[in-house]
Design a protein around this ligand. Sequence first.
Ligand SMILES: Nc1ncnc2c1ncn2[C@@H]1O[C@H](COP(=O)(O)OP(=O)(O)OP(=O)(O)O)[C@@H](O)[C@H]1O
Ligand code: SF4
Ligand SMILES: [Mg+2]
Length: 339
Amino acid sequence: MSAPALDRSAADTDDRVALDVADLTVDLRTPTGTVRAVDHVSFVARRGETLALLGESGCGKSMTAQALVGLLEPIASITDGSVTLDDVDLVSAGDSTRRAMAGTELAIVFQDALTALNPVYTVGTQLAEPFRIHRKMSKKQARQEAIELMRHVGIPEPETRVDSYPHQFSGGMRQRLLIAMAVALSPSVLLADEPTTALDVTVQAQIMALLARLREEHDMAVILITHDLALVAEQADRVAIMYAGNVVETGPVAEVFANPRHPYTKGLLDSVPVSAERGADLKSIGGTPPDLHSIPSGCVYQARCPLARDLCVQQRPALLSVGTGRAAACHFSEETSNV
Ligand SMILES: Nc1ncnc2c1ncn2[C@@H]1O[C@H](COP(=O)(O)OP(=O)(O)OP(=O)(O)O)[C@@H](O)[C@H]1O
Ligand code: SF4
Ligand SMILES: [Mg+2]
């Protein structure tokens, strides 16, 4: 199966595309059989832009990110698709190349900074590592770069704090340190998997502002992974909405949120107060996403969809263009406003 990468707009110039993911598929070997956690997922990420991967818990967002950076668990493997970064297909290049590029061109920031940082080394030692390994710098030079990096991400008194350990920093400052490590070598793509979920609202806003500033300064593509629609509305230029391992809708955030073309997107928007008036009654989507062991052969959303009918049970809808730079995977996408 091959779904074309339909989220390119006519105004696109290809040299802005930093990462091109086409038909990415990840299978998991579980004790009760092989299941598909990521099913022919396609999207592009452009320099200077934030693309949000949005979806409910368990829809395959983190698995997609782990596949991109070569950090899948041993039970998971990429079984189809391509991931093109700087003209190199990371999938056919194999895990080691993927991990090598993951340190330089494609970086990731995880949700939990405390487990991502090593508690037994000073932050200076950890921040200096990419410069020592990839730039072959001396210890002294790399330490100076680490201090500059700390300053760059807004950590006060970097000259003294460089010798502190991760637990001596607040949650927000630790997240800044992780972001510093990620941008150390000026990657073209930064993946941020729920980067602010563990932080309070004020610190969340500061971290998102930092990511936006770094995106501009480094001309990076940022891929923001989240289940938070308000965050997507505020921070992202484009969105790819995932459901049960599939991208079901993609396009510019403002257009998708104003006029969703997939019933799942419509359901999500109706269930949270992104544009609703305060205190307005919210609808919730009935039911839960399907278990990976029992994904239906037709549309993945059929069990929860108010528009479902025979064709939806018989045939999986492809992700097809529904306007410039927009695509939806629904046989009846033009009826979505009736949901
Ligand atoms: N080790 C595993 N064994 C079996 N299934 C797994 C394993 N790891 C992940 N999964 C399944 O793979 C699917 C995708 O998980 P993933 O972590 O990518 O979801 P997510 O969209 O990031 O969710 P969240 O918002 O909760 O982080 C889920 O259905 C999950 O249950
Ligand atoms: S294809 Fe059918 S079941 Fe799937 S979202 Fe569209 S109307 Fe609903
Ligand atoms: Mg996740």
